[in-house]
Design a binder for this molecule. Structure first.
Ligand SMILES: Cc1cc2nc3c(=O)[nH]c(=O)nc-3n(C[C@H](O)[C@H](O)[C@H](O)COP(=O)(O)OP(=O)(O)OC[C@H]3O[C@@H](n4cnc5c(N)ncnc54)[C@H](O)[C@@H]3O)c2cc1C
Length: 514
């Protein structure tokens, strides 16, 4: 690598950017890349010089934002990681508001892709604007959220990918290209969730709404009333603007059951999974703030860093975690973008997440079956082994899109489809007993129902997952590859890595060099 470094430095030239060899560790420490070339360009010309040097040497280059992704979507060992967070726009501010016009009769915001969600939210609130869905975590970049289709849990709103109306990116030849939803309607279906395969995204323009006021409500209800009652489950999810369900297993353990467990690691038969409480966080939109309330900023879960909260390890953690969630006010009012986030996370976390996506049918029979399958599995492990395969079970809901690689995808249909998808997120430290086995059982149980992973979450530990992805996305994979090729953005595969080549194939030999 040292000799390649000299070559890259020579090709990039003295104007930079500087390039180093370094190690990379992602947020939850599940991805460690021992040696890669790291570069952090500040201008689009620096990006161009790196891409041209990469093309000439055949070294691949992939962008990175905050590094929160848990799947192998980073560069491979020995390739170039381009950290986009220092990039500045050359022809405008990093975030720019556009008023409605004849072509786009709605407000839009252009943001450079390295902008963090917390800065974007601040900008939106100051300008009286909203997005209709966002993730829990405000420390992610706009580029990372778009590339992997980061979701929230709004019933009638898409993932981040669904807001994009325009994008500028630098292609494999170092050309800055501009694509819009109006002129490149088909290609946009590939660009809006691109897994980092469509060049280095420079800035993106998203559609936004005017100010909305959100009433956030936190309730704690018995699991059996929601997970074992299909009608109530459907009514709850479809009647709110946003519904977030969080279950921390074994949280209803009584003092007597806890004492027995602490003495001999036995879970008494008196504990039943249906008795656990589920944290139900809902948002409805409000016309105004009632007397006695004021508009609050973002309200973060006081977890002290970990996702499911608390310092307790083992299955007694569920109870401690629930107690933390109960510290949140039962009702509060926010501007909508401030109502979404609940996590203000540390630089590295100790829990990982595996998340899988299923279509929601109008009767909610699939979510109901999925919840039952998981609660029974968790209950069985708790009762027989005194441990839980997961610390948290987090179902989320979203609207599907016309988007080739989005997991919320209009092209992936099931009977009586509601046009929505459900993401179920399992959280646990990566070494927790039963974590991957349970996730694998879940995937294989729903394989015939077009299950697919959330791209950003751990999924490559599931045996056969590449085949499952190919089965589920079917022809969308070929369509994506063809659009990529025809657009000329990357014919030589310079933005690919090994994992993506397993799914999308290698470029033909003729196009080995850009
Ligand atoms: C604590 C925590 C909570 C989370 N909560 C949610 C949630 O609620 N909902 C959800 O859906 N996800 C959630 N995620 C996952 C997260 O949304 C994704 O991993 C997202 O991609 C992270 O953004 P990032 O800036 O870290 O991107 P990175 O992880 O750095 O990059 C992600 C991908 O984007 C590509 N990319 C980034 N920038 C560019 C660019 N400029 N050009 C081309 N490609 C680019 C990269 O190549 C990579 O493939 C969570 C993750 C964590 C750690």
């Amino acid at each position: 690598m040292r000799s390649q470094l000299s070559l890259l430095e020579y090709l990039i030239g003295q104007r930079g950017p500087r390039i180093h060899i370094r190690q990379f560790i992602n947020w939850d420490k599940t991805i460690v890349i021992d040696n890669l070339f790291y570069v952090k360009p500040a201008t689009i010309w620096e990006v161009a010089r790196v891409i041209k040097a990469a093309s000439m040497t055949g070294i691949h280059v992939r962008a990175t934002g905050a590094g929160h992704t848990r799947s192998p979507l980073y560069p491979d060992e020995g390739h170039i990681m381009m950290d986009v967070r220092a990039l500045k726009r050359h022809d405008g501010p990093d975030m720019e508001l556009h008023r409605p016009n004849q072509v786009r009769p709605y407000y839009t915001v252009t943001a450079i892709t390295g902008v963090y969600e917390y800065d974007l939210n601040d900008f939106l609130v100051k300008n009286g604007l909203s997005m209709l869905s966002q993730p829990l975590n405000v420390n992610e970049t706009v580029g990372g959220m778009l590339a992997l289709s980061t979701h929230g849990s709004t019933w009638n709103a898409p993932t981040w990918s669904g807001y994009v109306v325009e994008m500028r990116l630098m292609d494999a030849r170092g050309r800055l290209r501009r694509f819009t939803i109006e002129s490149h309607t088909e290609l946009m279906k590939a660009l809006m969730c691109n897994l980092g395969m469509m060049g280095i995204m420079y800035d993106i323009t998203i559609q936004v709404n005017g100010t909305l006021i959100a009433k956030v409500q936190n309730q704690f209800i018995p699991l059996e009333d929601l997970f074992y009652n299909q009608t109530n489950l459907r009514e709850t999810v479809t009647s709110h603007f946003l519904t977030e369900i969080s279950w921390y297993p074994f949280n209803s353990v009584t003092p007597e059951e806890e004492e027995v467990f602490l003495h001999n690691n036995t879970v008494l038969d008196s504990w039943r999974v249906g008795r656990d409480l589920v944290w139900l966080r809902t948002i409805v939109l409000a016309d105004s703030v009632p007397d006695g309330y004021t508009i609050k900023g973002p309200g973060f879960l006081p977890t002290g860093g970990s996702l499911s909260g608390g310092n307790i390890t083992g299955i007694l953690r569920g109870k401690a975690t629930l107690a933390i969630a109960k510290e949140l006010p039962s009702v509060s009012y926010h501007y909508l973008v401030d109502a979404f986030p609940t996590l203000n996370i540390p630089i590295h976390g100790s829990e990982t997440s595996a998340a899988f996506v299923l279509n929601i049918d109008n009767q909610f029979s699939r979510p109901f079956r999925a919840f039952q399958f998981m609660t029974e599995k968790v209950e069985r492990q708790i009762k027989t082994m005194g441990s839980s395969p997961l610390n948290a079970f987090l179902p989320r809901f979203l609207q599907n899109m016309d988007c080739l690689l989005c997991f919320g995808n209009n092209g992936i249909q099931q009977d009586d489809d509601s046009g929505r998808s459900m993401v179920i997120d399992f959280l646990a430290p990566p070494t927790q007993f039963g974590f991957y086995d349970t996730a694998a059982d879940f995937v294989h149980k729903f394989r015939q129902e077009k299950i697919r992973p959330h791209w950003a979450k751990r999924h490559t530990d599931i045996p056969g997952i590449v085949d499952i992805i190919k089965e589920t996305y079917g022809d969308n994979i070929n369509k994506f590859t063809k659009l990529k090729f025809d657009s000329g953005i990357d014919r030589c595969g310079i933005f690919m890595n090994k994992y993506l080549m397993e799914i999308f194939g290698r470029p033909q030999n003729y196009f080995k060099w850009c």
